[in-house]
Design a protein around this ligand. Structure first.
Ligand SMILES: C[S@@+](CC[C@H](N)C(=O)[O-])C[C@H]1O[C@@H](n2cnc3c(N)ncnc32)[C@H](O)[C@@H]1O
Length: 241
């Protein structure tokens, strides 16, 4: 007889450094013994991991909400990536664990831009023991000021600036920095967009149309409500330069 009770499955590897344990994401801590924002630490197979809090990270929330394989939202390990609107570095710290690992053993590079000096202070502090993390004090719209840090196009670009004009800003940044077939992730805060009076669903549909017309394939539009209300994360592939 079947018995009916499901067996507890072990954690699923999303990469060699990111685990999904039931409904919780964990990244292997690149700086063992330390936390970045008070997150829990736990050992899996003898290696220390940090819990990735989906209420504090839209990328983490999107990975738990996606209908696809959550690993598809992550960049390849050991590659160069661009993150616009790094904030205090919550998501950046987990991305670092994945892209670079301890002492950057994976050889990645994570360029993160933010225009708030207080965020840069925290990111710069984080970078002291995370080689390969490159904090930039700058405006995500002013590519010429910091674009020299990215001599080659990247395969993964994330934007979370929560400011008006965020879709155009994302499209421009992708055209300049993202390679053809590269993956772009746009975290969109509805309240930051011009309000047409037609409601949030129409606004989100309009954004999707804008991305299609700009030459992207929209892989998924991920609803983040519950983790981050009035937010959606668009996962796109860049089809043409
Ligand atoms: C919602 S927070 C980012 C949170 C972060 N992505 C995370 O998950 O941990 C938005 C950030 O975008 C930054 N920002 C807003 N406009 C920007 C711009 N034009 N260029 C660069 N950063 C910008 C703000 O300073 C703020 O730190």
């Amino acid at each position: 007889m079947g018995g009916g009770r499901s067996k507890r499955r072990g954690p699923k590897d999303l990469s060699s450094t990111v685990l999904l344990d039931r409904r919780a994401l964990w990244t292997e801590n690149a700086v063992p013994g330390t936390t970045v924002y008070g997150e829990s630490l736990r050992r899996f197979s003898g290696r220390e991991h940090r819990r990735w809090d989906p209420n504090r990270s839209k990328l983490g929330a999107a990975m738990l909400r996606t209908q696809a394989d959550p690993a598809e939202l992550l960049p390849e390990q050991g590659t160069s990536v661009l993150y616009l609107g790094a904030g205090h570095g919550t998501s950046v710290s987990h991305l670092y664990d994945h892209v670079c690992g301890e002492q950057n053993r994976l050889g990645g590079r994570l360029v993160c831009v933010d225009l708030a000096p207080r965020c840069l202070r925290e990111l710069t502090h984080m970078a002291t023991n995370r080689p390969g993390l490159v904090p930039v004090l700058g405006d995500a719209r002013k590519h010429d000021a910091w674009g020299v840090l990215l001599p080659r196009k990247v395969n993964w670009l994330f934007q979370d600036v929560a400011q008006a004009g965020q879709v155009d800003m994302f499209v421009r940044a992708c055209r300049r920095f993202l390679s053809v077939n590269g993956q772009g992730l746009l975290s969109l805060k509805a309240a930051s967009e011009r309000w047409t009076g037609e409601g949030e669903a129409a606004l989100f549909a309009g954004v999707e149309q804008h991305l299609l017309e700009a030459g992207f394939q929209v892989e998924e539009s991920i609803e983040l409500t519950g983790y981050e209300d009035n937010h959606r994360l668009y996962h796109v592939t860049m089809l043409e330069a």
